[in-house]
Ligand binder design. Sequence first.
Ligand code: SF4
Length: 255
Amino acid sequence: MRPRNEPTDAANREYVFKILRFDRRNDQPPRFARYRARAQRGMTVLEALLKIQEDQDPTLVFRYSCRGAVCGSCGMVINGRPDLACRVQLSTLRSHEVLLEPLPNMEVIKDLIVDMEPFWEAYRAVEPWLIADESHGEKEHIVSEKNRARIDSYVNCILCACCYGACPVLGRDDRYLGPAALAKLYRFLEDSRDRRDWRKALERVDAEHGLWGCDTVFRCVMACPKHVRPTDGIEGLRRRLVIEKTAGLFRRRRK
Ligand code: SF4
């Protein structure tokens, strides 16, 4: 994951926040509003937003929940980079001017809140759950340490959509499934407990709006706050698809 700057002592410094304001219920075009806030030691972008909302402008809206980089709710673009507002300390930013915008590739509902339905729709499309062998019954499904290590980073996805916002393909093709959904599919491909019909599952994403849409420019990898590497997962799915197709060709020849 790309490093932010080393933290500096931001305590008591004044920061200028330029925040993109928009409300889709009004006719008004988007505009930047400016706020000033004094930083306290270790203050995050989310904490600054809460302070601005409380002291200066209660109409400013943004999404958040856990405040600990676990729930994935507070994804936004911070000085040009998608990230979690609760994770980014002001002291790690290069400038005392902080530009905040909603995540791209999704419709803005209000201010920093986007409509994540397209992201969820793509996610649901890949059936992102374990499809285990039913004859196994209630018994525990054991995963070897080696297997778990292969899927570890993909399990860490918190569905924040930072990768979805960073993806250049989604900027031109809103039917593209996007990095998070495909990375999740790869997570189950590599999971030894998953017993889905992988030939069919891969056929469903064997499309320009699926596996082959990815430009492999790694923007999703750079944007992910949880070290997931969606591009690698997409490459893994492509490899398996090619193997399945080649095996299918041989099967047909033998008949
Ligand atoms: Fe967020 Fe990373 Fe998951 Fe994308 S892959 S949704 S950036 S945690």
